[in-house]
Design a protein around this ligand. Structure first.
Ligand code: FAD
Ligand code: GLY
Length: 385
């Protein structure tokens, strides 16, 4: 895409959605000198970016048929340490990046056979994963259940405190000069003669040279004049809970994945346990069944959690595309850019998305990593304007 004003000066950009994706793009654009306005219908960081577990799990979550996502995820993993350091410096706060790696534990002989089979697949992708015998796993995590049969060890899958990340991005974006308006819902995206005109809020057009659609699971709800069909993004519900450990004597130090749940320990003692994966639209309810399944799966792996106080339960909505890979790159009219559909990996993909989308907006260059992830793969197009 070529931003209308990119050749003379940096463009005037509206970013729809102030989750981690919109905020990080806004931060990068404002740093470069673009005039950036971030609009959010709620408060910044209150969507999926708040609900997430913060795992940076490019290897542990690699699945067949998602090679483009894997390449993007691995690139983002490589960016994370420098991105976190720069962000912490810019925002003046920490974001809780932890680099202990991830243990994917087997608790039965069946689990062990499944994981060893999965290991062959992960190694075929050249991923840095290895089998770890039970005794070695127990040295790292002594509170694991006696049924432990060994684990798949993924040393490059780390975690970050996603709530701190969103707060830091908000501060950094505003410090760099971006303007954030909360409680402002975009109704539609307007264009004419093949160019973006801006966004419509309460019936009034707000003009922009470039509009970045980063509204997460709600991206499909925002009409784009003449666009058929709408972007294929749907909410994928996830229920989560947090227990409270003693931060001085935590039960767990690594990210732990077991059949039916993952457990993510924070520096402040919170132990995040997630997550259900449900096709229920924007259903906000925390259910007994959801909590039961997560707690049971977590308890089988780490029985001592039964003594821990329950801190919080919540629901979030992953922005899932039709192939569960993000939708990144130019839209069907000049000046419209998509940055959505990050599904279960939006925290992981924040640094690489911000880099690729800001380069596209500022310089018109398309990172080869995002080329296969354009909306065109779904046949989304614009009607003649
Ligand atoms: P969001 O954070 O949802 O932000 C979108 C924003 O757009 C919202 O603030 C919303 O208010 C705003 N908006 C919507 N409509 C409008 C409108 N009309 N006008 C203006 N603003 C609007 N990812 C990982 O990498 N690791 C994990 O461990 C992980 N765990 C997860 C666990 C759960 C339970 C869930 C739900 C998600 C998880 N994810 C994880 C995925 C990750 O949270 C998302 O991919 C990521 O947060 C998407 O960020 P976003 O900025 O696109 O969306
Ligand atoms: N990536 C973890 C989740 O989406 O639940």
């Amino acid at each position: 895409m070529q931003a209308k004003a990119a050749s003379s000066a940096y463009p005037n950009v509206i970013v729809i959605g102030a989750g981690v994706i919109g905020l990080a793009i806004g931060w990068r654009l404002a740093q470069a000198g673009a005039a950036v306005t971030l609009l959010d219908k709620g408060t910044a960081g209150s969507g999926a970016s708040r609900a997430a577990a913060g795992m940076l799990a490019a290897c542990a979550e690699a699945e067949p048929g998602e090679r483009d996502l894997l390449a993007l995820g691995r690139a983002s993993q490589a960016l994370w340490p420098a991105f976190a350091a720069e962000l912490e410096h810019a925002a003046g706060c920490t974001i809780g990046l932890r680099r202990e790696g991830t243990i994917i534990a087997a608790l039965t002989d069946d689990d062990r056979a499944n994981l060893q089979h999965h290991l062959v697949f992960l190694r075929s992708l050249d991923l840095p994963v290895a089998w770890m015998p039970a005794a070695e796993v127990r040295q790292r995590e002594p509170h694991l259940a006696s049924s432990l049969r060994g684990a798949l060890w993924s040393p490059e899958d780390h975690q970050v405190d996603n709530r701190r990340l969103a707060a830091a991005l908000r501060t950094a974006a505003c410090k760099a000069g971006a303007t954030l308006h909360e409680g402002v819902a975009v109704e539609r995206i307007a264009h004419g003669n093949g160019h973006i005109e801006g966004v419509v809020v309460e019936g009034t057009l707000r003009r922009a040279d470039v509009v970045v659609l980063a509204a997460g699971a709600w991206s499909r709800e925002i009409a784009i004049d003449g666009l058929v069909p709408r972007l294929p993004v749907r909410p994928v519900k996830g229920q989560m809970l947090a227990l409270r450990m003693d931060p001085a004597a935590p039960l767990l130090r690594h990210v732990l994945r077991v059949p039916g749940a993952y457990l993510v320990p924070r520096y402040d003692g919170r132990l995040i346990i997630g997550a259900t994966v449900e096709e229920k639209g924007f259903d906000q309810s925390v259910t007994a069944g959801g909590m039961l399944s997560l707690l049971q799966a977590a308890w089988r792996a780490l029985p001592a959690i039964e003594e821990l106080p329950l801190d919080e339960t919540w629901v979030g909505f992953r922005p899932g595309s039709r192939d569960d890979q993000p939708i990144l790159g130019p839209g069907p009219v000049e000046g419209l850019v998509y940055a959505t559909g990050h599904a279960r990996n939006g925290i992981l993909l924040t640094p690489v998305t911000a880099r690729a989308i800001s380069e596209l907006v500022l310089h018109g260059t398309t990172d080869p990593l995002i080329r296969p992830l354009r909306a065109g793969r779904f046949g989304v197009r614009a009607a003649a304007a």
